[in-house]
Structures are given as C-alpha cells and as structure tokens.
Unconditional design. Structure first.
Length: 125
C-alpha cells in the first residue's frame, strides 16, 4: 500500500501500525497454541505479553496516550487499529533511544565507530 506521510510522526506511526498488523495475528496464534498444548508457563493467555520498541517519542505518545490532536486528526483511521491492544495491555510500546536501535546500521549512514559497535552487537563480529 502506498502512503504519503507529511511528517516524521506520521511516517513513524504508520511504520508502527504496519508492524502491529504483522505482529497481532502471530501473538493470537501463539496464545491459541499455548492453550491447546497446555504449556504450563502459559496456562493463562493473558500472561503472554508483547513489547514493541519505538524510537520516535511523538509516535510513541500517539500510540500509548490514545488522544487525537489538531495535528494528528487527519491520520487515517486504519493506522489506529492496534490502539485497543495497547489499551488492553496485550501489547506494550516502549521507548528505545536511537543510540540503541540495532537496525540503524542497516538503514542509516552512521559514523564508523557507531557502525562497528552496533554490528558487533547484532552479528557478534
């Protein structure tokens, strides 16, 4: 699906929404499998919690506080579908500082020192 975002917050929120669109069915499947297999650690399906890391504080606030502002009121409703899962506590969205983003070495032009540090963290060399 093509999307034109007019702000960094909107693009980050859109990316978070896309990640949730892939994550929620997997979590539902995992809960059903644990129940059907009688996995002792997960006898209560509510004990299976999922954490998503977000590095944009505006998108994080929009996802967790669940309020619409004058700047965000035009975001499409299809972006907001995961908020109920956050509100129910099935999924928690937490802040992850840019310095600890492991995917950055694949997507950004980092200084050599930062590139090597993250590469070692992810790949071990």
């Amino acid at each position: 699906m093509d999307c034109i975002c007019l702000s960094t917050t909107e693009s980050e929120y859109y990316a978070l929404s896309q990640a949730m669109r892939a994550l929620i069915p997997v979590c539902t499947l995992l809960k059903k499998m644990c129940l059907s297999l009688n996995v002792p650690e997960f006898t209560n399906p509510d004990s299976i919690l999922t954490t998503v890391h977000e590095d944009n504080q505006s998108a994080l606030r929009l996802a967790t506080e669940q309020r619409i502002t004058s700047r965000t009121r035009f975001y499409l409703a299809r972006y907001h579908f995961f908020r109920e899962h956050v509100r129910n506590g099935d999924i928690s969205v937490i802040y992850c500082p840019t310095e600890t983003q492991e995917a950055d070495y694949l997507t950004k032009n980092l200084p050599e020192k930062d590139f090597i540090r993250i590469r070692e963290l992810v790949q071990g060399w």
